[in-house]
Design a protein around this ligand. Sequence first.
Ligand SMILES: Nc1ncnc2c1ncn2[C@@H]1O[C@H](COP(=O)(O)OP(=O)(O)OP(=O)(O)O)[C@@H](O)[C@H]1O
Length: 404
Amino acid sequence: MSMNNLISINQQTIKQALSEITLPWSPDTLLLDTNIIETLTIQDNRVHITLKVTDINPETVEPLRAQLEQKLQNIEGIVQARVFLNSGNASSKRLVFPPRQAPNNTTTVKRTASEEHNHKHGHKHGAHAKPSGPIEALKSIGCIVAIASGKGGVGKSSTAINLAVTLANMGLKVGLMDADIYGPSVPHMLGLEGKVEVIQHKLQPMTAWGISAMSIGMLVSQEQAMIWRGPMVMGAVKQLLSDVEWGELDILLIDTPPGTGDVQLTLTQTVQIDGAIIVSTPQDVALLDARRGISMFQKSKTPILGLIENMSYFSCPCCHEKTYIFGEGGAKAEANSLGFPFLGEIPLIPAIRSGADEGIPIVSKDPDCEAAKAYQDIGQLLLPAIKRLTSIRAKKNQEQSLDY
Ligand SMILES: Nc1ncnc2c1ncn2[C@@H]1O[C@H](COP(=O)(O)OP(=O)(O)OP(=O)(O)O)[C@@H](O)[C@H]1O
């Protein structure tokens, strides 16, 4: 029996330990004299506290959250201490992801000197550090594939969702992680509402249309996420990766924010991304915006599985005639010249947008339509790559566990 089991932790012990903590924004006020602590639960010497932050900026509360966690961890006998923020301002009560900076007992997300230089000077494609070890929560995942784009609004999230549902319809177990911190659209596009369940300190993904999904948008309000700075963004992404109970998946798709920035940097440093799919529009290809997203993955030696051209042509709802408004074949030629596969073109059709607004992916809403067929073809093209990436990842995981 360990020493920890001999010490019984109760509410009194906790309150005693926290009795002198004051509010960082009001140093004369004792925390315990306020009603900021909303819940305090203790189970098998694991302590779980939620702080109510309805009217307070989460960035202001973050130092208090971190201080509490630290204080609790120092109490003899405590096995685990977690402190969450609860915004309580959404229609349903939602847990706010604690936007912690990378904890120092696991893989630390830190810029190397050259990345720091590149970041400060606006060149965000600096050399990438290798992820230092597999994250426990991701061990049962076949492969991880990022969906990326050089700029915003090209239909990256629509593509990620429809591809995820298509692969699930083909019989794969699919997870979709929305890492688009500043514009998480996955919950809305999947019609997901309500509270994320936390079981044994693990966030449970929500399910819709046959896939498991988790998004920063299910955990914090967009206004809150918008004000997060680099380290908080990095902490949030890291926790999306490590605190979610994904269970067994064949593939985890990650919807990344457009461009290149802290999220991409954190992702490539924290986990092994097995492949990337680039989404672009014909104009985006013409303006070479897509190349920015591509070069970042090339720098981190992430295989590019291919390019999907979205809104390639307008498909007339009456006669189905194709009109290539921005010219035909640009993305295919670009993919060829860069040396990776062209995966397919998705038409511009109103039903994709209306389906997204209703929370119904087009591949579920109208599985026989032209766009759904295009997604199905892309899914078929990707199957061999998914199989290949899965065996490469399994091999790497095995080598890494032998190293430990
Ligand atoms: N092929 C399409 N036909 C019609 N509408 C589309 C198509 N693809 C995407 N849209 C619509 O365009 C808008 C932007 O799409 P989406 O949010 O998927 O882009 P994004 O690249 O993820 O954007 P962001 O950079 O803001 O995350 C949405 O309203 C979506 O429904």
